[in-house]
Design a protein around this ligand. Structure first.
Ligand code: ACM
Ligand code: ZN
Length: 618
């Protein structure tokens, strides 16, 4: 007996030293080695090229004690570019990270690769490590070779429906680069607010950036402005602010992709300059959320003034943003006003356009030429396919993968953001336990999606994004809650080899990462621990089955309106029937005897309603 206990103790202590490595996204190749490296006051940081200075300085701020730069020191972190024999393996963003007890070495072709190697190194520190850490930091020895599957790994933040400050956008950049995202798409204009200073069109921000303040209202539900009520809610980025964001992003190898959403979703622009719409009616941009079939939120394509104004907007945009692409939106245009507008009808006759889809296509093609003349490429939502795709346009596929597949088959480049796998504004778990929104896009939907459909050549898929629309996201804490952990899943989809993906492996690494997010005060959702209800018709009534996304949880339940715990019935997988008289099912998940999910109370009526609805309608 004694020998067995001693052996157990021995193995437990071995395991405690060799904690398995948890990385997100999972690298291409990882070999764990014995021993550890320790970052402490005797560690020097050495670089072989001035281009590595910003990354080195940044790393030094992430581990508490600033590290002296240059040769020497008891131990070294050595950052190198240009020393790889085979450049092809790592590309622009790959790296090789070697950790021995005396030296950490990161080799890459370019500074971006070194930066990603440093992000991996940070994830190898204990999860409680932050910029405020004190004392030595142990890192397990390992050899890692890593590079991304896709060159476009993005998140989109809608700063129109709710405005987020420069500091909040910069914090978002800091959060996304932890997981090797390299593109931040800013949705800078929509019906609810214009967010970028355009010097030649001052009304866009004097008027278009502000609306009346409303609390707790979702789109379509906001109380209209009261007579004489001042528009106090909103904000915008000055061009100086935006230059600072761009620079901040650049130092972290992130490209800011600006979107000005036209020809529809343009109420903020029309409210600022009413002559730009077909009806030319004044629209106050003050009521929050409007229905485009009632309001003329599209630009008049027959009016040359519209193109003159857009030329001013895009001249300033092209000068400000270094990105190769500009996003012109193009989605969800209600075309009814064009059909009856004399100017639009004249344009259709003159340009031999057969219908309003072709009128939209004319608009997008003209925008492509305009952007090209300013040295930029056009990208737009997949509606730009309707009526004929502009010759060199890149398509951002959001209404599923279909638009992306069509575009790729026409040899156009595609960024995948299908809403049912990539929309971070949708419910991420049981709606009864979430702040109100719509649809459903679970963590597992994000994780199990693949951006390259079987029928398409991978070379046309630049990569993908997670998109956070903010109609129901009024605070930056809620931005974080909606983003994480779904964007952890998407980070792995866009970076890691398809073959490296494993759901259980991911959830276990994610839970480890939660400790790191906690240490950094980054909010995240624990919705994947909540129960999923699946009602099914049975006789004249229905049954309900229950499951969870994270495996290995126990579900306790009751129909008697009290709060379940482990002394209540445990769900065994058999579909349940509501007992006679019961109107509500209360459930909670546990792991190893401890509660882990939220208690969810759901009415029988609510489950009955879902019987006839598809997966995406809650
Ligand atoms: C979109 O979600 N309307 C692009
Ligand atoms: Zn018109």
């Amino acid at each position: 007996m004694k020998v067995v206990s001693l052996l157990t103790l021995f193995f437990v202590s071995i395991c405690a030293v060799a904690e398995p490595i948890h990385l997100i996204p999972q690298p291409v190749a990882l070999t764990e080695k014995p021993g550890k490296f320790t970052i402490d006051a005797g560690t020097h940081l050495q670089t072989n090229d001035p281009s590595l200075q910003p990354a080195a300085a940044w790393f030094s701020t992430q581990v508490g004690t600033p590290l002296p730069q240059g040769k020497g020191g008891k131990t070294q972190i050595i950052l190198e570019v240009g020393t790889m024999k085979d450049r092809n393996l790592l590309g622009k963003e790959g790296y090789v990270l070697t950790i021995t007890p005396s030296t950490v070495r990161i080799k890459a072709n370019e500074a971006a690769g070194v930066f990603y190697g440093l992000q991996t190194l940070l994830q190898l520190t204990p999860p409680e490590t932050t910029a405020a850490s004190k004392g030595p930091i142990p890192i397990p020895c390992a050899e890692i070779t890593d590079y991304p599957r896709f060159g476009w790994r993005g998140l989109m933040l809608d700063v129109s429906r709710h405005f987020f400050t420069k500091q909040e956008v910069e914090r978002y950049i800091d959060e996304m680069v932890r997981y090797k995202y390299n593109t931040l798409h800013l949705h800078l204009s929509d019906d609810q607010g214009w967010r970028l200073e355009i010097k030649s069109l001052p009304m866009l921000t004097q008027k278009g950036a502000w609306r009346v303040a409303r609390t707790g209202a979702r789109w379509g539900e906001a109380l209209p402005a009261l007579a004489g009520e001042p528009a106090t809610e909103g904000g915008f980025y000055t061009q100086d602010d935006m230059r600072e964001i761009i620079q901040y992003a650049k130092q972290r190898f992130v490209t800011i992709l600006p979107e000005i959403d036209i020809p529809a979703h343009s109420l903020a622009m029309i409210a600022s300059y009413p002559n730009l719409s077909c009806t030319q009616l004044p629209y106050p941009v003050n009521a929050g959320f409007r229905n485009p079939t009632r309001d003329d939120n599209a630009l008049c394509i027959g009016n040359d003034t519209v193109f003159e104004v857009l030329d001013k907007v895009f001249t300033e945009l092209a000068a400000l943003f270094p990105s190769e692409y500009i996003h012109i939106g193009g989605d969800e245009a209600y075309k009814g006003f064009w059909a009856s507008c004399p100017k639009c009808k004249r344009r259709m006759t003159e340009e031999h356009l057969n219908n309003v889809d072709e009128l939209q296509s004319y608009f997008v093609k003209r925008m492509e030429k305009m952007l090209k003349s300013k040295g930029k490429k056009l990208i737009g939502w997949d509606e730009i396919l309707e009526g004929g795709l502009a010759p060199e346009a890149t398509v951002m596929s959001w209404r599923g993968m279909k638009g992306g597949i069509t575009a790729a088959r026409m040899n156009h480049q595609v960024v995948m953001t299908p809403w049912d796998f990539c929309y971070l504004d949708l419910y991420q778990g049981e709606s009864a336990a979430e702040p109100p929104t719509y649809g459903i896009c679970r963590l597992k939907d994000c994780y199990t999606y693949d951006p390259v459909p079987d029928s398409v050549e991978e070379k046309y898929i630049l990569g993908g994004q997670g998109n956070l629309w903010t109609e129901s996201v009024p605070t930056f804490r809620q931005v974080e809650y909606m983003t994480w952990p779904r964007a952890l899943a998407l980070a792995e989809v866009y970076w890691s080899p398809r073959s490296a993906r494993s759901w259980d492996g991911f959830t276990s690494r994610m839970e480890h990462e939660f400790q790191r997010l906690d240490a950094s005060n980054i909010k995240y959702a624990r919705s994947a621990y909540n129960v999923i209800f699946t009602p099914k018709k049975a006789d004249r009534d229905f049954t309900v089955s229950m499951s969870t996304e994270v495996s290995g949880l126990d579900i306790y339940y009751t129909f008697d309106n009290t709060n379940p715990d482990p002394y209540y019935p445990k769900y065994d997988g058999t579909p349940l029937k509501f007992p006679l008289g019961a109107t509500q099912l209360n459930v909670i998940t546990y792991r190893n005897g401890h509660p882990i999910g939220a208690q969810v109370n759901i009415k029988k009526d609510e489950l009955a309603k879902r019987l006839d609805q598809g997966r995406h309608v809650y």
